[in-house]
Structure formats: structure tokens, C-alpha cells
Ligand binder design. Structure first.
Ligand code: GAP
Length: 491
């Protein structure tokens, strides 16, 4: 598994992710997606939307606003309960989550060794003096304040006057935008239970200890589904909410595997009773083996009727569904598959990374699923001094870019260009050479064919340039390289 440091440096070097406001010294908690990062992120969101919203007849989409009525956050419980316990160092003023102190290595000036400074692994005592950590883990000198609850929502003011009545929050999850629109969507789209609403959008949390690159940040993006079911229904002899909860867990697991995460790097974590959020009947996290260890990739919760009932209570509106068969009003139960786009991107990157040996040389390759790769096709001229080759290569890139993400590159020799594309995970390269355009001086006619190179097998086939759009349509639409190569003939 790739280390986080290697990943961070690859991401910066190759234009995936930059530190936000880097020229001002950067922020530790926000990141900017560069030219390749934004392509990867957009593709993750696009396939998620296609697979979970567009293609399912029981799903619709929504794009709710980030700023909402402040009562939303009172009703949802975020104002009173969305907190973490926090302690401050009285000396260096650094702030820590009280519940994570024991997982942090600590700095210690050991009295048994004339005050020498040591960094002691998390949870361990000093091997010289036997003392456990009591002071600040960062500076090793300051006392820590008693824990107090810190609300993770970013506060702001709606309108020009900074007064209490104008206080609102940047949404800490996209979910609430779906709950408050339940009736609008159900009625305007005439939906029957079960049905779901999907949404992709930014969320903000003033995390006390953000970190681990894009794993935990203060501004991030979520892909969330609220799937509404009738709690009085049964499916295959089981309560409908329990049936659908299992179905969504299976579907989410299968989705991440379909786009490249290896099964051995994914596992389910069932929340114990004490770990469950106050609204949840059952929550299962999908965990991924990140470079920092097994951690949550997404959560799939059964939120029962908690949210709709809370919003009904605080808004005074009835948020129910009329069950025509039973002639009764019910408050739907909600299954919530909630994934972070940034965490998904980090997992896809980490899983795709390989170091291979090819003819005695190291090859770094990102084996992205072809549909996720930031660049789908790179068009490369074999000789950049030949105008006709360069012109043809540009024309091919222009044509391909109407259908796929395609780039042109002539800034190095061909071997180097291939390696660069491998390192950013481009599944296919197209090379234009002398045979493609012909050589009039030597009386060699143009054959109009180009070479396609497959990233994973490094095999090459020669195909007419006029067939490229169709061939890449097949390859990027899921056909195997071996099958396409067999039809076309290896070069
Ligand atoms: N609506 C439910 C909800 O928001 P959550 O477990 O707090 O549940 C869902 O968040 C997902 O959002 C997480 O599994 C993770 O992928 C992502 N996420 C949450 N906090 C994050 C943060 N600070 N930085 C990056 N991603 C985060």
C-alpha cells in the first residue's frame, strides 16, 4: 500500500491536489483540486449520479442550497448535539479532541534523563521514567484545560446585519436539504414509496483536528441518498426498512468494487449500540484500508422516521405519506447511504497506485478504472519536428475530445510520454507516426492508421484513425482490451 507522503507528493507533482492558499503558507484543512484532480472528482460524481440516480426508476435528484433556515439545524439536532469534546493547551494554545488524545504520539521532557526530549508512541508510557502523558502532546509543557463541547458547524450571518436573529450555518451535511424537501419532491414527482432522493454537494465542518490529506477536511463534498420506505411494509417477510438497508449496503459495496477498489481493502463495520447516533436504528460503515489504516469511507444508516418527525414538529407542517392501500398517513423510514467524494477519490487513488518493474526499470502506474481516469486518451506525435504528424495528432485530439477527455503532449520522447501517462492513469495512448501520414520523399504512402497502447498490458494495436471514436467508445464503455485487440489485430 502506498504511503500518504508518496500519495501527497504525486498528487501535487502531477496536478491532482494542491494545498489551498499555498502561496500564503497554506491551510492545513482545505485542498484545491488541480486539472487532473477535478477531472477525477467529476468522473466519480458523474458515475455515482448515473448509477444511483439516472439509471434507477426509484430515484430522483436534488440540489438544495447550502445556506438554510437556522431552524433546520435546531430541528435536526445539530445546534445542540453536533459537538466534539475539545481541550486546549494552556502553553502553546494547540487544540485537541479530548476523545482522541490517547491516539496521539506525545512529546515528553523526561526528568529521568536530565530533561531530554522524546516523542513517545500513542498510548504508551515513557520507558525511562514510566510516566504516562499528562501534559500537551505537541509542546510537552502545557497543562490541558478540562474538556468542553465544541460545535462543529460554521456560523455565519444571513444579510448585512450581524445580529443573533441573522445567525445561520454552512450545512454540515447535505441530508437536511433532502428532508425539508421531502414533500415538494414526493408531490411534484408523484412518487410512491419506496423511493429515494440523491444529492451531491459541499458540506462544511469546523473539525478540531482535520488532517490526513483529503481524508478529513473542513470543506468537503458528499454524495448522499435518502431512501424513503413505508415502515408498515414487508419485503420477503422482513420489515421493509431492514430489507432496504441490507440492499443499500450490498449495492454500495458492489459499486466501489466495480470502479476498482479491491475486495481485500474493503470491509463493513457495524456500529455497536453505544456507537449509534441518537436517530439510528442500525448503521453500517463501509471501511477502506487507507494509507492511515482501516477508516470510514462511507456510512449507511437507518435513520428511522426521526428527521421527518423533527422537521414536522419544528415547522408545524405534516410530513407524512398517504398509503392508498391501507388508507392511512405514515411517516416514512429513511435509509441513508452517505459517501464523501473526497474520501472516495483518496481511496480510488490509493488503490490504483502500483510500482512495477518493466525491463529492469521502475514503472509507476495508476490503474484507474477507465471510466474514472482523469485523462481517457493521450495523443502523442512520434516526431514533433514533422509538421504533418503534429497537425494530424492535433486533429485527432480535437475529434476525440468531443467524446472523451483527451490531451495532446509532445514535450518529451515517446517512452517518456508513455511513462508520464502511466503515472496519471491514462488508460490509452494514441501515437501518430510516419506511416500514418506517409513520406513523400521516400514515396511511402500514408496508411491513415495509428497505434493505440493499452496502459495495463502495454500491448499495442494499429487501427485506422477514422475508427478511433468507435474503438474508444467500446473500450471506455466496458469492452475488454483483449477482445478489442483480437478483433483489430495486434500491431
Ligand atoms: N448525513 C450523514 C452524514 O453526514 P457522516 O458519517 O458524518 O454522515 C458521511 O458523513 C460521509 O461524509 C463520511 O463517511 C465521509 O466519507 C464524509 N465526511 C464526513 N466528514 C468529513 C470530513 N471532515 N472530511 C471529508 N469527508 C468527510
Amino acid at each position: 500500500m502506498i504511503s500518504m507522503d508518496t500519495l501527497v507528493s504525486l498528487c501535487k507533482r502531477r496536478g491532482f491536489v494542491f494545498q489551498s492558499s499555498e502561496i500564503y503558507g497554506g491551510t492545513g484543512s482545505c485542498w484545491d483540486y488541480g486539472p487532473l484532480g477535478v477531472e477525477l472528482k467529476n468522473k466519480i460524481k458523474r458515475v455515482w449520479w448515473r448509477d444511483f440516480v439516472q439509471q434507477r426508476s426509484d430515484m430522483v435528484g436534488l440540489d438544495a442550497s447550502i445556506l438554510m433556515h437556522s431552524m433546520v439545524w435546531k430541528a435536526s439536532g445539530h445546534v445542540d448535539h453536533f459537538t466534539d469534546p475539545m481541550v486546549d493547551c494552556r502553553e502553546c494554545r494547540h487544540r485537541f479532541r479530548a476523545d482522541q488524545l490517547e491516539e496521539t504520539p506525545w512529546v515528553h521532557y523526561c526528568p529521568a534523563t536530565k530533561g531530554n526530549k522524546f516523542t513517545i508512541p500513542a498510548g504508551e508510557a515513557c520507558t525511562h521514567c514510566g510516566a504516562p502523558r499528562t501534559l500537551c502532546p505537541d509542546c510537552g509543557k502545557g497543562e490541558l484545560t478540562p474538556p468542553r463541547q465544541f460545535n462543529l458547524m460554521f456560523k455565519t450571518f444571513m444579510g448585512p446585519v450581524e445580529e443573533d436573529a441573522a445567525v445561520t450555518y454552512l450545512r454540515p451535511e447535505t441530508a437536511q436539504g433532502i428532508f425539508v424537501n421531502f414533500e415538494n419532491v414526493q408531490q411534484s414527482m408523484r412518487r410512491k414509496l419506496p423511493f429515494g432522493i440523491g444529492q451531491i454537494g459541499k458540506a462544511f465542518r469546523n473539525e478540531i483536528t482535520p488532517g490526513n490529506f483529503i481524508f478529513r477536511t473542513r470543506e468537503f463534498e458528499q454524495m448522499e441518498i435518502e431512501y424513503f420506505v413505508n415502515p408498515h411494509d414487508t419485503v420477503e417477510g422482513r420489515p421493509a426498512d431492514e430489507h432496504w438497508h441490507d440492499r443499500w449496503i450490498e449495492d454500495c459495496l458492489a459499486w466501489f468494487q466495480r470502479y476498482g477498489l479491491q475486495a481485500e481493502n474493503l470491509r463493513l463495520h457495524e456500529h455497536e449500540r453505544g456507537e449509534l447516533a441518537h436517530y439510528s436504528k442500525r448503521t453500517a460503515d463501509l471501511q477502506y484500508r487507507f494509507p492511515i489504516g482501516w477508516s470510514e469511507l462511507m456510512g449507511i444508516a437507518n435513520r428511522t422516521d426521526f428527521d421527518l418527525k423533527q422537521h414536522a414538529k419544528f415547522s408545524g407542517k405534516t410530513l407524512t405519506y398517504f398509503d392508498e392501500e391501507r388508507k392511512e398517513h405514515v411517516v416514512p423510514y429513511v435509509i441513508e447511504p452517505s459517501a464523501g467524494v473526497d474520501r472516495a477519490l483518496l481511496a480510488f487513488l490509493a488503490d490504483a497506485y502500483r510500482e512495477e518493474e518493466v525491463r529492469g526499470e521502475k514503472r509507476v502506474v495508476l490503474r484507474f478504472h477507465p471510466e474514472l481516469a482523469p485523462v481517457s486518451v493521450a495523443v502523442l506525435p512520434l516526431l514533433k519536428k514533422r509538421d504533418d504528424i503534429v497537425r494530424t495528432a492535433h486533429a485527432i485530439r480535437d475529434e476525440l475530445s468531443r467524446h472523451f477527455t483527451a490531451v495532446y503532449d509532445d514535450t518529451a520522447a515517446i517512452g517518456r510520454l508513455y511513462r508520464r501517462q502511466d503515472e496519471v492513469g491514462t488508460p490509452y495512448c494514441v501515437t501518430v507516426d510516419v506511416q500514418t501520414v506517409g513520406d513523400t520523399d521516400r514515396g511511402e504512402p500514408a496508411d491513415g492508421k495509428v497505434t493505440i497502447r493499452d496502459r495495463d498490458s502495454m500491448e499495442q494495436i494499429r487501427v485506422p484513425a477514422s475508427r478511433l471514436v468507435a474503438v474508444f467508445g467500446d473500450l471506455l464503455g466496458g469492452e475488454r482490451w483483449a477482445d478489442v485487440a483480437a478483433q483489430t489485430g495486434r500491431g
